[in-house]
Design a protein around this ligand. Structure first.
Ligand SMILES: Nc1nc2c(ncn2[C@@H]2O[C@H](COP(=O)(O)OP(=O)(O)OP(=O)(O)O)[C@@H](O)[C@H]2O)c(=O)[nH]1
Length: 322
């Protein structure tokens, strides 16, 4: 299902006017935690594929969004927020980010319009220069709906001092402003080539991963700052419910939310389990949308002590670098 499609599925009319060549390739967004990378990716793909949250560092995996147009296909790899490694998990995320950089054709460097350009941005710029010196980088000023025109102009200037950019584009993912233009500019940097994935595919993440991310996002909503690092979700079992009529299928999903400590378990559970119930309900609605059918979701919480520091646990939770 996830195998890239072979080239040549499109037939060109022989006597058509000279056309733009078809382009295809890989892109990623970099930027400090909370810079708006996942939201921008979702806005570009037009469908929710990457986890977003108002808490920093929630993006754990290189989730790919695939933008397919008549003239191009761009596979966007969403990288985790940049941060100094604190744990084994942090180090692995760092490795993942860097291996992504050297692999893409174009990088979108995101800085929010309403926050100072700072040392964090310069550090990322320096790392890109070191790891992917020849990759074109497009400066993206995100969240322009949160800033005045003057602020955006000042930010353009400040960002242009951080490094040399191929272009700098202000966008608002929330208002869908300039998102198409940014896609055009990034696509222009891709090499000529055929489609890499079949039509209609927006991500090549396994569906279990997308479901885990949906549950993780719901479980994180509105909880304390320390939890993002301590919460992981695993789909234990998933399958069609037996004996359902053909026109009304249903999927049973059993998933476990892992936390590191009993105190965190209590937070996720809420009073008499009320919060977990709400997390389950919200997740189920989103998963039903994703799968296009009814879902029975059973959520279980388990305390896996210090899972972020334990290679065995990390592997179980899908953080093993291949
Ligand atoms: N007003 C406004 N808010 C935005 C926009 N884009 C993102 N946000 C908000 O900014 C916060 C962070 O957005 P994310 O997309 O999760 O940021 P990220 O860079 O992927 O964060 P990490 O996963 O931590 O690296 C969320 O609360 C978003 O709703 C935008 O265009 N306008």
């Amino acid at each position: 299902m996830n195998a890239p499609a072979g080239p040549g599925s499109d037939t060109a009319t022989p006597d058509a006017a000279p056309e733009q060549p078809h382009r295809s390739g890989f892109a990623c967004f970099v930027g400090r935690p909370n810079a708006g990378k996942s939201t921008l990716l979702n806005a570009m793909v037009g469908q929710k594929v990457a986890i977003t949250s108002d808490k920093p560092q929630t993006t754990r995996r290189a989730v790919r969004g695939i933008i397919t147009r008549d003239d191009a296909q761009m596979v966007v790899v969403d990288t985790p927020g940049m941060h100094k490694p604190r744990t084994l998990l942090g180090e692995r995320l760092g490795d993942l980010v860097r291996s992504v950089w050297s692999d893409v054709d174009v990088i979108g460097f995101c800085v929010p319009a309403d926050e100072k350009v700072g040392p964090g941005d310069r550090r990322i710029a320096a790392e890109i220069a070191e790891q992917a010196g020849r990759t074109p980088v497009i400066g993206v000023i995100t969240k322009t709906d949160k800033a005045s025109a003057d602020q955006i102009a000042a930010q353009l200037l400040l960002l242009s001092e951080v490094r040399e950019f191929a272009e700098i584009v202000p966008v608002s993912a929330v208002r869908q402003e300039q998102v198409g233009l940014l896609a055009d500019l990034m696509i222009a940097r891709l090499p000529e080539g055929p489609r890499l994935y079949p039509d209609g595919e927006v991500t090549d993440e396994p569906v279990e991963t997308m479901i885990s991310e949906i549950i993780r996002e719901s479980a994180l909503d509105g909880v304390r700052d320390e939890l993002p690092h301590s919460l992981a979700v695993l789909v234990d079992e998933m399958g069609p419910r037996e004996g359902r009529p053909e026109n009304s299928p249903m999927t049973d999903i059993y998933a476990t939310i892992y936390v590191e400590r009993d105190s965190q378990k209590a937070i996720v559970l809420g009073r008499k389990g009320s919060r977990l119930g709400e997390v389950g309900r919200r997740s189920r609605l989103q998963i039903e949308k994703l799968l296009g059918q009814r879902v029975y979701l059973s959520l279980h919480i388990s305390v896996a002590k210090d899972w972020q520091r334990d290679p065995k646990q990390l592997r179980k939770l899908g953080f093993d670098p291949q």
